[in-house]
Design a protein around this ligand. Structure first.
Ligand code: 13P
Length: 251
């Protein structure tokens, strides 16, 4: 039994007061919606405000990125324990925007996953192919490389969540079809079964991300290997994000 997980990646949007307001609306609109884990990932500077706004509502708090060192001369970086101190339980790692604009590699993803696990943060690890990759028939090859590199030497998947986010579907309004998403999710689950173990494959939640909206969430979530969603644009709209949370019933 895998509990559904609906996560909002708020990217570079919203200051602290906007974050507080958005969380307040989500709490009000999802009151009584049980059986689903909800997580939000505001900017670093809004984490404290988010923590306060979340209160005892049960919403999880995620960082959008993490650094692997504990301390030292690393100007601009934030240590894993500092994210715990700010109230995070989760960290998004390896988002395609980090890979595309900030030089994230499978090797740095691997270091970040290990650093997150060490302080008890649950990693939401993103993988996904570009349009070029898909059109040249290399989707599985690309995903496999990201899994092999990202999860090198990681054998305990009990805290791991994987997010499949095809780059061509992010922020484009063009989501992967349920069949396209299911195919890759099944591939990821089979990879986990072969390389980590059957138990891990059965229990690891695999989220889909890329133009998830209230109007397409139900058909994506109906796929057997899609256990939740990582949502950008629609998670910034309280009504839409809350509608997706409400329609996510426990599998
Ligand atoms: P959109 O939902 O805006 O396509 O973004 C998806 C995403 O990148 C979530 O991490």
């Amino acid at each position: 039994m895998r509990k559904r997980l609906i996560a909002g990646n708020w990217k570079l949007q919203n200051n602290s007061s906007q974050t507080t307001e958005l969380i307040g609306k989500i709490i009000a609109l999802t009151a009584g919606a049980g059986g689903v884990d909800t997580v939000v990932a505001p900017t670093f500077t809004s984490l404290h405000a988010a923590r306060a706004a979340i209160g005892s509502s049960g919403i999880g708090l995620a960082a959008q990125d993490i650094f692997w060192e504990e301390k030292g001369a690393f100007t601009g970086e934030i240590a894993p324990a500092m994210l715990v101190d700010a109230g995070c339980q989760w960290a998004i790692i390896g988002h395609s925007e980090r890979r595309q604009y900030f030089g994230e590699t499978d090797e740095t993803v691997n270091k970040k996953i290990k650093a997150a696990l060490k302080v008890g943060l649950k990693p939401i690890v993103c993988v996904g192919e570009t349009l070029d990759g898909r059109e040249s028939g290399k989707t599985e090859q690309i995903i496999e490389k990201q899994l092999v590199g990202g999860f090198k030497d990681i054998t305990d998947f009990s805290q791991i969540v994987v997010a499949y986010e095809p780059v061509w579907a992010i922020g484009t309004g063009k989501n992967a079809s349920p069949a396209q998403a299911q195919e890759v999710h099944a591939f990821i689950r089979t990879w986990i079964a072969k390389n980590v173990g059957k138990g891990a494959a059965d229990n690891t939640r695999i989220l889909y991300g890329g133009s998830v909206k209230a109007s397409n969430a139900a058909e994506l979530l109906a796929c057997p290997d899609i256990d939740g969603a990582l949502i950008g644009g629609a998670s910034l709209i309280a009504d839409d994000f809350s509608a997706i949370i409400r329609l996510s019933v426990e599998k």
